[in-house]
Design a protein around this ligand. Structure first.
Ligand code: SAM
Length: 282
């Protein structure tokens, strides 16, 4: 079978998918260990029997709604490739906003200085590793409750040359952290109410880890826990950045009212949804 025949076959197999051409290209490029652009150059070249079987398996998995990132084992985040597997949430484009907000704060108030950052619930390490590469002066502690997530995050840190900047700690939020305070505390915690499962994409429900997605008490329990512990781990006058669900700003602000926080700012993602809440601890 030639590359172009394999592509045509893939597109046909994925006919029910909106982005069938793109997806067939991504899957075939991954099987052939090459780029999508290179597929065009190799259009009339044959693929081997093994490659054909591997492509068949990829198409079968995709037709069973497995997210493409898990099939090819990677996802781009902030222009960098992250290794992903079923033990971690696939990093989402809307999470890139938290990176922009933290980098802006660093440039405005810390430029050139060492800064300590705590990333709670690091998953694939997307936030911690991206910040480490963008802020070479950052010393980061990245936590997760999942051993598998921490192992994968460490692999991503190695891949991007930031392993020396990040310490990985298994911890249920703050439970296992040493008693030191940080300049920035960041988290994209699980925040989807289990009641909203019915509105979610099947591929997420079927394949992504529940412990990375859902939170009881209307999706708010993790915000309550994280905010409750902040005063022990955040330096005075410093900032917290939390990703929130598009309709959670008011609820999270209500939690904050119980504590001495100021300068609350909500930022919207590219779709115009509230996505990041940041605030200072007095
Ligand atoms: C929404 S995912 C975010 C992953 C990654 N930071 C990102 O933005 O792509 C939430 C992460 O929090 C972790 N998590 C869930 N409960 C936790 C807990 N009690 N303590 C620490 N981490 C937890 C999950 O394992 C998951 O990796």
């Amino acid at each position: 079978m030639l590359v172009r025949e394999a592509l045509a076959w893939g597109i046909l197999e994925l006919e029910d998918f909106t982005s069938k051409q793109l997806e067939a290209r991504i899957l075939l490029a991954s099987v052939l260990k090459t780029t999508q652009e290179d597929l065009l150059i190799r259009y009339n070249e044959p693929i081997s029997q093994e490659e054909e079987s591997a492509f068949y398996q990829y198409l079968k998995r995709r037709k069973a709604l497995e997210p493409i990132a898990y099939i090819v084992g990677k996802k781009e985040f902030y222009g960098r490739d992250f290794i992903v597997n079923k033990q971690v949430l696939i990093p989402r484009p809307e999470t890139e906003l938290i990176i922009d907000r933290v980098v802006l704060e660093y440039q405005e108030n810390f430029a050139g200085k060492e800064v300590t950052i705590l990333d709670l619930g690091t998953g694939s390490g997307a936030i911690a590793v991206t910040l480490a590469t963008l802020i070479p002066q950052a010393k980061i502690v990245a936590t997760d409750i999942s051993d598998e997530a921490l192992a994968l995050a460490a692999e991503n840190a190695k891949l991007h040359g930031s392993i020396a900047q990040i310490q990985f700690i298994k911890s249920d939020w703050y439970s296992n952290l040493p008693g030191k305070k940080f300049d920035f505390i960041i988290s994209n915690p699980p925040y989807i109410s289990p009641d909203n499962k019915i509105y979610m994409a099947q591929e997420t429900i079927l394949y992504e880890p529940e412990h990375a997605l859902f939170a009881v008490e209307n999706g708010l329990i993790n915000y309550r826990k994280i905010i409750f512990g902040l005063n022990n781990f955040l330096k005075n006058e410093n900032k917290v950045f939390l990703e929130i669900g598009f309709n959670q700003a008011e609820d999270v602000i209500n939690i904050l009212k119980e504590y001495p926080f100021t300068e609350i700012v909500i930022s919207k993602d590219l779709s115009g949804h509230d996505r990041v809440i940041e605030f200072k601890f007095i």
